[in-house]
Design a protein around this ligand. Structure first.
Ligand SMILES: Cc1ncc(C[n+]2csc(CCOP(=O)(O)OP(=O)(O)O)c2C)c(N)n1
Ligand code: SF4
Ligand SMILES: [Mg+2]
Length: 289
């Protein structure tokens, strides 16, 4: 039903100062290709601000504004209201925010937009910590991961962003991953065409904060999905569809061992993560299978 072009529209310039192997850069380039020129982007502080640029230079060839961590969704809602008064119902209003900007600091303004069902496309690229300020833990950091504020490993599990969006009964919400770019692009297109608030939660491997060799970004994205650590699904018209089910879950140890942020873990802690991931995955399939 959804025809997706794979051509780049060239809306992101070359020479962006993201780290080598940055998952966020790949996501930004793919998202821009789907949303196209008729888009206003709102970017809060974080690594995505590399794309808003510095001073009077920007890496994005579309209109945009650099907002605060607290209020990107509120800003997007205001832009939508302004466009409506101008009689413009064609421009996409896109928030492109990190996990800290979404599940922690900006959650109240996102909640307000979801309650009002403002017509905005909200993308959270989730690199599972506050990377831009030196790898502090966020409420999306997974159990056991070492960050500068959880040096011995995070002791609690992460928040469930799409679950929060579903609780607001938004018309469209989905998870996505670099594991499958066709699926990711389809979801961006559906979200863009949604008449109301749409929320995409995109898993975003980060070599600098997860301490792995930059060449493994796609491999790690695939491992997250194949181990059940990241579940690909959509919420549409009040119904959940699971988009991909590995025939058998791959052992979580492989995913953990390739990343330096887990290297401090003892066997019993790895076992606790294995149990957490497996039970969350099985419970999700039981409820939505
Ligand atoms: C209210 C507020 N607190 C703290 C900061 C400092 N700050 C700037 S970027 C950033 C990290 C944001 O993390 P996230 O949203 O996960 O994006 P990432 O850097 O990981 O891409 C922080 C804490 C800020 N700009 N505003
Ligand atoms: S810290 Fe991570 S998310 Fe930020 S630019 Fe570097 S690789 Fe990308
Ligand atoms: Mg982050």
């Amino acid at each position: 039903m959804y025809k997706i072009s794979h051509e780049s529209k060239g809306l992101v310039s070359h020479g962006v100062s993201a780290c080598a192997g940055c998952g966020l850069e790949l996501i930004m380039r793919n998202v821009m290709d789907v949303v196209g020129e008729d888009t206003i982007i709102i970017i809060p502080p974080g690594c995505s601000a590399l794309f808003s640029g510095f001073c009077n230079e920007t890496n994005l060839k579309i209109a945009g504004i650099q907002m605060n961590l607290e209020n990107s969704a509120a800003c997007a809602a205001g832009i939508r209201a302004g466009l409506k008064i101008q009689g413009n119902d064609h421009t996409t209003v896109l928030v492109f925010a990190g996990d800290g900007a979404t599940v922690d600091i900006g959650i109240q303004s996102l909640s307000g937009a979801m309650e009002r069902n403002d017509r905005i496309l909200y993308i959270c690229y989730d690199n599972e910590a506050y990377m831009n300020t030196g790898i502090q833990s966020s409420s999306s950091t997974p159990l056991g991961a070492s960050t500068t504020t959880t040096p011995a490993g995070k002791s609690v599990s992460r928040k469930n962003l799409v679950g929060i969006a579903m609780a607001h009964n938004v018309p469209y919400a989905a998870t996505a991953s670099l594991q499958n770019l066709v699926d990711l692009r389809k979801k961006v297109k559906k979200a863009k065409e949604t008449d109301g608030t749409s929320v995409l939660h995109i898993h975003t491997p980060c070599p600098t904060g997860w301490f792995y060799d930059p060449k493994y970004t796609i491999k790690i994205a695939k491992m997250a999905v194949n181990t059940g650590s990241w579940i690909l699904y959509e919420w549409e018209d009040g119904k959940v569809t699971v988009n991909y089910r590995p025939k058998e879950l791959e052992p979580i140890e492989e995913y953990i061992k390739i990343q330096g942020r887990f290297k401090h873990l003892k066997n019993e802690q790895i076992e606790a993560i294995r149990v957490e991931v497996k039970s969350r995955y099985e419970e999700f399939l039981r409820k939505n299978g």
